[in-house]
Design a protein around this ligand. Sequence first.
Ligand SMILES: NC(=O)c1ccc[n+]([C@@H]2O[C@H](COP(=O)([O-])OP(=O)(O)OC[C@H]3O[C@@H](n4cnc5c(N)ncnc54)[C@H](OP(=O)(O)O)[C@@H]3O)[C@@H](O)[C@H]2O)c1
Length: 268
Amino acid sequence: MKYTELNNGIKLPMVGFGTWDVRGKVGVAILEQALETGYRLIDTAIMYGNEKEVGQAIHNSGIDRGEIFVTDKINSPYASYEKTRKAVDHCLAETGLDYIDLILIHEPYETYKEMYKALEEAYDAGKVRAIGVSNINRRLYDDLLKDCRVVPAVNQVECHVYYPQLIYRKYLEEQGTLMQSWAPFTEGRKRIFDEPVLKEVGAAHDKSAAQVALKYLLSNGIPVIPKSSKASRMRENLELFDFELSQEEMAMIAQLDGRKSLFGWYGD
Ligand SMILES: NC(=O)c1ccc[n+]([C@@H]2O[C@H](COP(=O)([O-])OP(=O)(O)OC[C@H]3O[C@@H](n4cnc5c(N)ncnc54)[C@H](OP(=O)(O)O)[C@@H]3O)[C@@H](O)[C@H]2O)c1
């Protein structure tokens, strides 16, 4: 596994495991499989209704807590300063963990700045090792920067070969915030696994279109959190560190950038 460093020195795995729709007993088994396969970052959220499953799988794995990075996210039912304070304790109680590695404000709710203040306090108190935001566009990000004490460590956004947001990534990096990709396979909105350019580049390296799609983001310094319920794909999505894309290949893949969100969440 390769790691990157957050603005406070904490290490974040470049490839993590997404858990949208991973729930119940089956969910625990999927999470245990992911940990056994080698994933060391698990991306959960209050909205996903699976924090208990995440905590259970970590406990069952027997892996040292310090080796695992857990991201959690706080959503609209907690959209105030007071409620976000409570949400942090909810995250700890549900996962059964002593601390969360990274907590994000899930979306830019109207009250996202007061929610962020509550996260800053949780950070001071050692309940969370890093704090950040998700789905925040540049205007809202700049607004938050003017107000905050702790520069967001991460902004987790829609990011895949069709909308890699590379200009925004660079801007965020200059301010000290790491851009992390969600839906690196577009959540099924595009036929990414049949994309000719990705297949062609993959064939040259004996890799799949999926692996090339992820590698393109990693090569641009963007950590990814693909989700899969299948052991073979979990492995495939981790086998990314034994090949490199040439400049020419990177340029070919860059042509896929449509500069438009497939989800329409950003209003820019
Ligand atoms: N912050 C946010 O607002 C936000 C929003 C959306 C998602 N997320 C996070 O990002 C994670 C990833 O996004 P996502 O789960 O929505 O979508 P995704 O990772 O883009 O795509 C997942 C889909 O791709 C399939 N898949 C995975 N690996 C594959 C491979 N190698 N070959 C072929 N198919 C493959 C999976 O099917 P199988 O399971 O059948 O393999 C699943 O249907 C989420 O799970 C969640 O943790 C965050």
